[in-house]
Design a protein around this ligand. Structure first.
Ligand code: PMP
Ligand code: GLN
Length: 388
């Protein structure tokens, strides 16, 4: 293994899902739903397969139907207008979009600012691109409902003459934080003032709760032309195995990302692209029902974790709830997660693996609530019996 990737080891998701299988535990680690997405979308995939659409290499930028559907979605939800031919690119999940964007836009030695804790592929992709990762730590706040917040002064202070790019994830994995319009406005001003590129990971764009609102950075003044917006079908439609993602940006940036993407996978997911084009056209009622269902699951698991003695940070977005294990008399989240399957029959993810400042992340542990109600209730009961 080369020097760029040495030290990354095996992704925590593979390690913890394997542990769930080998111990027969409830897997609240890796974020995937245990019920599949809409039947009509699955039917659309089967139809495409049967009718021979997408069984051979689809066009490199993605099938026109899907690019058009992505552009229509951005227009309908956010009032953002993109040309499906020059400003939309289909990728093999958001994961490939992130990799291609970083490989295309980062010069060796460039600094890339990412919010810490960060999704693990960011660190590896920045490294593969030869960039230098500069983490800005989200800080825990307990007043007014516990949450992790971005300190905008810390973000500003992290920008140097070598900063090339801000990598922003909202709704944020693993903390469940949704950046506010006011926070995003400051990030946008900073990007314009310092002439930075911005890559936004918006895969949880439809998974927002309470009064939180997802606002794409590309909607702020001066941002559309410098922002590479990334999303995917995995979370929104509960098909994480399909790996259909997309990029929207200005023509120059889309061309750059496509230059890298063509040599990673060239294309992927032929028949699924047809199905996702149909999914993107589902009425707003789909998103509302989906969000209400997830919010109830968040509340169920959060209550269970609170009863078991964890401090719970209230997520307003994503699949995940982050907890502090110190009230249980524990302090090392990694050790805690490695023994939790044996002790309680539950698998979780230690947030420390998403930090450079390991001590800042040590006591936090993430649980996924994108599971059936009876599964969440069972997990909560196991945790209560073990710790309460
Ligand atoms: N970004 C974030 C923040 C994620 O949590 C995930 C996890 N699925 C991805 C990107 C990857 O998305 P995809 O499955 O579409 O590649
Ligand atoms: N995004 C999912 C999570 O954060 C997992 C994706 C993966 O397995 N790489 O849990």
């Amino acid at each position: 293994l080369n020097r760029r990737l040495a030290g990354f080891g095996t992704t925590i998701f593979a390690e913890m899902s394997a542990l769930a299988l080998s111990t027969g535990s409830i897997n609240l680690g890796q974020g995937f739903p245990d019920t599949d997405g809409p039947q009509e979308v699955r039917d659309a995939a089967v139809r495409a397969l049967r009718e021979g659409r997408g069984n051979q290499y689809p066009p490199g930028p993605g099938i026109p139907e899907l690019r058009t559907a992505v552009a229509a979605h951005q227009q309908r939800r956010y009032g953002l207008s993109y040309d499906p031919d020059t400003e939309v690119l289909v990728t093999a999940g958001a994961t490939e979009a992130i990799a291609a964007a970083l490989l295309a836009l980062v010069e060796p030695g460039d600094e890339v600012i990412a919010l810490e804790p960060y999704y693990d592929s960011y660190a590896a992709c920045i490294a593969m691109a030869g960039g230098a990762r500069v983490p800005v730590t989200l800080r825990p706040h307990v007043e007014g409902g516990a949450s992790f917040r971005l300190d905008l002064d810390e973000l500003r202070a992290a920008v140097t003459d070598r900063t090339r790019l801000l990598l922003i994830n909202t709704p944020h994995n693993p903390t469940g934080t949704v950046l506010t319009r006011a926070e995003l406005a400051v990030i946008a001003e900073l990007a314009v003032e310092r002439d930075l590129l911005v890559v936004t990971d918006e895969v949880y764009e439809h998974l927002v709760f309470d009064d939180a609102e997802h606002v794409p950075l590309a909607t702020f003044p001066g941002m559309r032309e410098r922002t590479v917006s990334i999303s995917s079908a995995g979370k929104t439609y509960s098909f994480t195995g399909w790996k259909v993602g997309w990029v929207t940006s200005s023509p120059g940036l889309v061309t750059a990302v496509r230059s890298a993407k063509q040599f990673l996978t060239y294309v992927a997911s032929g028949p699924f692209q047809y199905a996702v084009a149909e999914a993107l056209r589902l009425p707003d009622a789909y998103f509302t029902a989906f969000r209400d269902d997830l919010r109830a699951k968040r509340d169920l698991l959060s209550a269970g974790l609170t009863d078991a003695g964890f401090t719970v940070f209230r997520p307003t977005g994503t699949y995940f709830v982050t907890t502090d294990i110190r009230p249980l008399g524990e302090s090392d989240g990694l050790a805690f997660c490695r023994t939790l399957p044996e002790r309680a029959g539950v698998v979780a993810i230690p947030n420390a693996v998403f930090y450079d400042h390991k001590e800042a992340g040590a006591p936090y542990v993430r649980f996924a609530f994108c599971k059936r109600v009876e599964v969440l209730a069972d997990a909560a009961e196991r945790l209560r019996k073990t710790f309460a």
